[in-house]
Design a protein around this ligand. Structure first.
Ligand code: DLL
Length: 439
């Protein structure tokens, strides 16, 4: 029996690094950061050229704060080096390739060695376990399989944990429902908006989502709010936890949330060094607690070391709680490229989600439509009334929502309440903003 009471008090830690102190983590970070910088500089011409041009060398890193001397990497850099220019190992050592969907340009391609895949599975498993998923449970995986990192990433995590994986992938909502009923999974992995789609479809069939076997949902790949967590937990009678990640840094499992505390996702800092920078002045690295853009440096990745990658996700860093050595991130309030600037006021879809869910007659199914009649930007919120709300209730709800938006966001916008089931449902990552200003 272990005598280490500190470790024993953690809910099922998986590996020793997970339960390290902050000092131990920072010591590991410094060693790994030096190795990563040399690995990237010696093996990826992009980094060699960029650091030579900036007059910095991996040997300039003596302490963690020196990382700020090194230039950033952005999605554009991966695109310019399409497809394999960012790889730091020969192709025969690449065990897997993933790519972003590339809806907004050239896809970004990422690669993994066998060791990278093993680390990824381990970190994903840490997230699932911390959320409350147990070895031996049946796990229904409804993240999309394929080039997207969600499906295969979550799959490997659940397998590593020792769960029974049901590799359903995204879409085919009727089939999802049948499998959930027949296979009786204990946990589900998908995007928050897709879980809403499933719950909604169940209710339409006269089935009660609260009566399924599901106990835990591990949700990510898109921003979601505390109000949405409450909505989904009530809808399914489950615990809903966050999982965060991005392909360029690894995939799902960069950070995950504790299912008992639900106090934000712990970033696995033995593998990633996070920084928060001022989103408008990248030269400023902000202290913990301040909001800004999240930047990541990988510390162990072999195939695709990534240094100071700008995620464009806006959040803040907070001290670790259930894993004290690893800092937590606040909820992603939005992506800097999803920010709507409406007559000088900045707003994000998640702010609107939060306010809609405060109005009992309105459902979480909504879209934001931006247009420019008469050369003035206008925002319309299209939102479905709840099935059990009357049209009169919904009309009052629309007035209430307009008022809430005016008070909390500082902007006027039109509210267009539409009939239940009239807006397109999410099948994975949901598109909320429809910008018609230049069409
Ligand atoms: O979405 C990886 C993933 C799959 C994470 C499944 C979690 C679960 P990408 O397609 O590269 O990778 O998209 C990454 O999605 O920069 C965020 O903007 C957003 N995102 C991911 N997880 C969260 C989350 C995957 N928990 C981009 N909360 C990121 C908010 C998230 N946004």
């Amino acid at each position: 029996m272990s005598q280490n009471t500190d470790r024993d008090s953690l809910p099922n830690p998986l590996d020793p690094e997970e339960s390290m102190s902050r000092e131990q983590i920072e010591a590991i970070q410094l060693t790994r950061l030096k190795e990563t910088l040399h690995h990237a500089y010696n093996n990826v011409p992009y980094y060699t050229a960029k650091y030579d041009a900036a007059g910095v060398h991996p040997d300039d890193l003596k302490e963690l704060a020196d990382l700020a001397k090194f230039p950033f990497t952005d999605k554009e850099d991966l695109r310019k080096n399409y497809p394999f220019g960012m790889f730091a190992v020969p192709q025969h050592e690449i065990a897997r390739i993933h790519a972003s969907s590339g809806t907004t340009g050239q896809p970004t391609v990422v690669g993994y060695t066998k060791q990278d895949l093993e680390d990824w599975a381990k970190l994903g498993a840490r997230c699932l376990r911390m959320a409350g998923v147990k070895p031996g449970w049946k796990v229904h995986n409804a993240y999309g399989y394929g080039l997207f990192t969600g499906g295969l990433g979550a799959h490997a995590a659940a397998e590593y944990l020792g769960a029974t994986v049901i590799p359903m992938s995204g879409g085919q909502t009727d089939k999802q429902i049948s499998l959930i009923q027949d296979f009786e999974p204990d946990a589900i992995l998908c995007t928050p908006t897709y879980l809403l789609t499933i719950g909604d479809a169940m209710q339409r069939k006269g089935l009660d989502p609260r009566a399924t076997s599901l106990k835990v949902a591990v949700l990510g790949a898109e921003p979601w709010t505390e109000e949405m967590r409450h909505e989904l937990e009530e809808m399914f009678n489950i615990t809903a936890c966050d999982i965060y990640g991005l392909s360029e840094v690894m995939g799902p499992g960069v950070a995950g949330e504790n299912g008992e505390r639900k106090d934000g996702s712990h970033i696995w800092e033995d593998h990633f060094r996070p920084e928060i920078i001022d989103a408008f002045d990248e030269t400023k690295v902000l202290p913990d607690g301040e909001h800004g853009e999240l930047v990541f440096t990988s510390l162990t990745k072999q195939a695709l070391p990534i240094i100071r990658y700008r995620t464009h996700d806006l959040t803040r860093l907070m001290p670790g709680t259930s894993r004290p050595g690893h800092r937590r991130m606040g909820r992603i309030t939005g992506r800097s490229d999803d920010m709507i600037i409406l007559r000088g006021v900045n707003l994000f879809p998640s702010q609107i989600e939060e306010l809609i869910l405060k109005v009992p007659s309105l459902s979480p199914h909504f879209q934001l439509i931006l247009s420019r009649p008469d050369r003035m930007d206008q925002l319309a919120v299209k939102v479905e009334r709840r099935m059990d709300a009357s049209s009169g209730d919904a009309a009052n709800g629309a007035k209430e929502l307009a008022k809430l938006i005016k008070i909390h966001v500082g902007s006027s916008c039109a509210i267009d309440v539409v009939e239940p089931e009239s807006l397109e449902r999410s099948l994975g990552k949901l598109k909320r903003i429809f910008d018609l200003r230049n069409s």
